[in-house]
Ligand binder design. Sequence first.
Ligand code: F6R
Length: 261
Amino acid sequence: MEVVIVQDAKAGGELVAQGIADLLRRRPDALLGVATGSTPLPVYRALAARVRAGTADVSRARIAQLDEYVGLPAGHPESYRSVVMRTVLKPLGLSPESFIGPDGSAEDVRAACEAYETALTAAGGVDLQLLGIGTDGHIGFNEPCSSLASRTRIKTLTEQTRADNARFFDGDIEQVPQHVITQGIGTILEARHLVLLATGEGKAEAVAATAEGPVAAVCPASALQLHPHATVVVDEAAASKLKLAGYFRHAYAHKPAWQDL
Ligand code: F6R
């Protein structure tokens, strides 16, 4: 994997947004896999700014959701579908028709998982999947010890993840659902390009385990090491526990001109 160290979250957002804009120039109807949470917000802001400035054309882009809470009523403001509508589709001027995602309010959640796998395949697969990372190393909501070959399915959140996400639910962990639908690690690995963004010191340990640790289900993000085109973009704080930081900086400074993000 390629590890790119940037100064701060804003610089990470700019870099990834530019990578998405470049992809859309090559493939205007690319299927972009989006993550929710705080980390990718600077990416969506930077991309929307490019659209306003006329330097990015997202008009034919398609958006695929990574994961979803189970059991929140349809339209709940913190359902990930609502979050993606609010933070991605609306600022980019995309209609809901350009969006696919799992149905977390379905009565038959298992069937909803299967239906989402089918929808991803029918859409031609994800071209670029943007990922955040949990403090416990999760990607999507594949918590530690998820199968590295897993497909879209129901998972139970760890207490750590529920505590981390309580800030979106008035700080009340009790309001954070116990269950989620998430693309599996095997599903995520099928995207043509994986871009993991991590910012802040709280992610430093998980980032080091992802990039420098063994490939191990205890750190689900380490599965990115198995992908032929994975880019990990980290700010200085999130890079602070990388032993190879010096090499990563050197390699990026000498990046071949033909290589994209
Ligand atoms: C969200 C998701 C999660 C988050 C992760 C980090 O769709 O899949 O893996 O990316 O929990 O969340 P933040 O960015 O809020 O720290």
